[in-house]
Ligand binder design. Structure first.
Ligand code: CMC
Length: 426
């Protein structure tokens, strides 16, 4: 294959370099296009635009492949823990036993949050969504823990601090929203166990940590840990490119994730399944509405910008529903509705022709319900899981020798120069 492509416009030809990734993905490097030709490229929604080169995550939407640092997500879900996967994403390789122990100690050492932060939590209006609170509080961390220099050691401290504190902050927001006493992290508990305990332990009923629940949470967070240049990760990279502090960049990622077309879909799926249940289990109406172009309704948890086949994470999540619910002796009517909805949708020519398959959010809400997570905390759970990916991507962009502040162009379609008219003449 040639290492350039030729662009012809009128009498002119231009050679543009070709970049080929390790998995054979091809890109045309257009970074000099405007300077050399006067053209920009137009790609609304960036469906066909590579914003960076990256060593972190590989996904192939046609073949349903997802790998972190080369390791298939299926293997990580089977064998790894969220903490180890976070280390893999952030540091680029699996840790040794000693590195993992040191990482655990650091996570425990930094898991408390400043007591003054509680005052902030207590003054959010009671109707606040936990994602709005989390985004604001992560940004506020900068005031409580002023940024350290970007030396490798200090960067590691900031990153670990954020990983350690986010689960405490998430659990705290839940407890405060219920008017309950907050539960402090315990040094004897591992990452996922600690989170569950902070969420559900109460002075009147100690929380019983079940191994099936801990494993389900580990897998849930592993599956959410990174997904290359999705909307929230691109937000983290774009905001981070202005060289804001890590907390501000992550806070913008949390805000982006909140949207129902992105991480907010897990909450939207459960709300949709409940609405179908309330409608007497009328799946057909939901399917017909999703197919109707004049109706903004979409089948939540279906479709993906990149996956044009079954999302590999959704396969694992679906299997987990089948195992976890019986193990916990839970019968969730929403699982039956979800299964039937999937079956009908996958036989429907609209969904077949549009390559619409369940994505991770279709079954993840049912897993979260079984764990006991309230619906409005679902996207917070996604955010905690995605944090290692955001950090890894932010760190990679910081270390990129070709770094530039993100600044897309546009094609202006507005009015030509127009004189100002005084208000009396309008
Ligand atoms: N239900 C019905 N029709 C759909 C759906 C859906 N869920 N998703 C896409 N379509 C149709 C869409 O109407 C369009 O049809 P046509 O070409 O006939 O006009 C076509 O498929 C392409 O849709 P698009 O919006 O151009 O595709 P996109 O790549 O921009 O959107 C998506 C991807 C995930 C936003 C979209 O599939 C969607 O809205 N899904 C529901 C929300 C959801 O589950 N989001 C979670 C995504 S996975 C978690 C994450 O990583 O964020």
């Amino acid at each position: 294959m040639t290492d350039t492509v030729t662009l012809t416009y009128g009498d002119h030809t231009y050679e543009l370099p070709v970049i080929i990734g390790t998995e054979g993905e091809k890109a045309i490097d257009i970074s000099r296009l405007r300077a050399d030709t006067g053209f920009i490229t137009l790609d609304t929604g960036y469906g066909n635009t590579g914003s960076c080169t990256s060593n972190i995550t590989f996904m192939d939407g046609e073949r349903g492949i997802l790998r972190y640092r080369g390791i298939p997500v299926e293997q990580l879900a089977e064998n790894s823990t969220f903490k180890e996967t976070a280390y893999l994403l952030i540091h680029g390789r699996l840790p040794t036993q000693q590195e993992l122990t040191e990482f655990s100690i650091m996570l425990n050492d930094h898991s408390l949050v400043h007591e003054d932060m509680k005052n902030f939590y207590q003054h959010f209006p009671s109707a606040s969504h936990p994602m709005g609170i989390l985004s604001a509080m992560v940004n506020a961390l900068r005031s409580f823990y002023p940024a350290l220099n970007n030396t490798a050691e200090e960067l590691n401290m900031t990153v670990t601090r954020l990983l350690a504190k986010i689960r405490t902050m998430a659990a705290m927001s839940y407890k405060i929203s219920r008017g309950h006493t907050t539960v402090y992290p315990r040094p004897d508990l591992a990452y996922c166990e600690n989170f569950l305990n902070m969420m559900f332990d109460t002075p009147v009923k100690p929380y019983e940590i079940k191994k099936e629940v801990v494993r389900a949470l580990e897998v849930f967070w592993i599956l959410h840990a990174d997904h290359e240049q999705n909307c929230s990760t691109s937000a983290v990279r774009m905001v981070g490119s202005a060289r804001v502090n890590l907390y501000a960049a992550i806070s913008s990622g949390i805000a982006a994730l909140w949207g129902p077309l992105h991480g907010g879909a897990n909450q939207a799926v459960v709300e949709m399944l409940k609405a179908i249940q309330a409608d007497g289990g009328n799946y057909r109406r939901a399917i017909e509405r999703a197919k109707d172009r004049s109706d903004p309704f979409r089948l939540m948890g279906f479709g993906h910008r990149v996956y044009k086949t079954y999302d590999p994470r959704a396969k694992i999540m679906k299997k987990m529903c089948d195992q976890l619910l019986p193990a916990l002796k839970i019968e969730d009517p929403l699982l039956e509705i979800a299964r039937e909805l999937e079956e009908i949708a996958r036989k429907d020519t609209y969904f077949i022709d549009h390559n619409l398959y369940p994505n991770i959010d279709f079954y993840s809400g049912i897993v979260l319900r079984a764990i006991g997570i309230p619906t409005n905390m679902f996207t917070v759970m996604f955010a905690i899981g995605r944090l290692p990916g955001w950090i890894a991507q932010w760190k990679e962009s910081l270390e990129d020798p070709r770094w530039k502040v993100s600044r897309p162009r546009q094609i202006y379609l507005g009015p030509l120069t127009t004189d100002y008219t005084p208000i009396q003449e309008r």
